[in-house]
Design a protein around this ligand. Structure first.
Ligand SMILES: [Ca+2]
Ligand SMILES: [Ca+2]
Ligand SMILES: [Zn+2]
Length: 261
């Protein structure tokens, strides 16, 4: 009898461990978006691969253009705490350094590209006392997107779907859920620049998109509720939009939940 009880206890314990493990798995909003069949409008986690001995998982966040429904200044929720979602993974080794490949097809100078990206990184950094993104980024025209090499690279390039604005790939340890790398791609199918340079919605604003993508790099998920369309982590953008350059209270609540006030 005692032995039998022990058996059932072990079985129960195993079940609890198993369900806890699956509950702890990283399922980004974007993947749920895929599941509810509204892809490709929403950003699905396209690939989840195992990087062998490193025991890393990869998730890609795909940012789609939706010109009729980009970030919208009008939709600012009263409470700042519901329009964010953490991924369940975070950096434990700070600060996060990165390397920018400024080569682009739009004639943007290296100083413009680096200025826009680092401004977006510091926008997140200002809201947490942790030194999250390093001030000392590197410039390297040899840096490539999408290679798991423990180098956090941001680069322009061609993505097969021209409606995709940008992609951020993250790698994290399956055990410990520790972010160890991100890479970011800005799709050359758009005309990149400074959207404030002209009143016409011509440019895809680099700082705007970089701010959103760096939110993924830090451990935040996409938000698709139209009530939350002012937040930096809102999942759609369009030409001329700069709403994501500035963080909303919900974005700030998210980054502070991860890295402290
Ligand atoms: Ca890399
Ligand atoms: Ca904003
Ligand atoms: Zn996103």
């Amino acid at each position: 009898m005692r032995k039998l009880n022990l058996f059932f206890f072990s079985l129960l314990a195993a079940l609890i461990v198993a369900s806890a493990a699956s509950a702890g798995m990283l399922i980004p909003n974007s993947q749920k978006a895929k599941d509810n069949a509204r892809a490709p409008e929403k950003s699905p986690a396209i690939s989840e691969t195992v990087a062998g001995e490193w025991d890393l998982e990869r998730v890609d966040f795909i940012h789609y253009a939706k010109p009729n429904n980009p970030g919208n200044q009008g939709n600012k929720p009263a409470g700042g705490d519901t329009c964010y979602k953490t991924l369940g993974v975070k950096w434990k080794s700070l600060p996060v350094s990165y390397v920018i490949n400024s080569s682009n097809g739009d004639g943007l100078t290296e100083s413009f590209v680096a200025g826009a990206i680092s401004a977006a990184a510091e926008t997140w950094d200002r809201e947490t006392s942790a030194e999250l993104f390093s001030d000392n980024y590197r410039l390297d025209t040899g840096a490539v997107y999408g290679v798991q090499n423990f180098e956090n690279a941001l680069a322009f390039g061609n993505y097969p779907d021209p409606n995709v604005i940008g992609v951020t790939s993250i790698w994290y340890t399956r055990q410990g859920k520790q972010l160890v790398e991100f890479d970011m791609l800005f799709n050359d199918s758009f005309l990149w620049g400074d959207a404030t340079a002209t009143s016409a919605p011509i440019f895809m604003d680099l700082e705007n998109i970089a701010a959103h993508e760096l939110g993924h790099a830090a451990g935040l998920d996409d938000i698709y509720s139209s009530n939350c369309s002012a937040v930096t982590m809102y999942g759609y953008s369009g030409e001329g939009e700069i709403e994501k350059r500035s963080l909303e209270p919900a974005d700030i609540a998210g980054i502070q939940k991860l890295y402290g006030i």
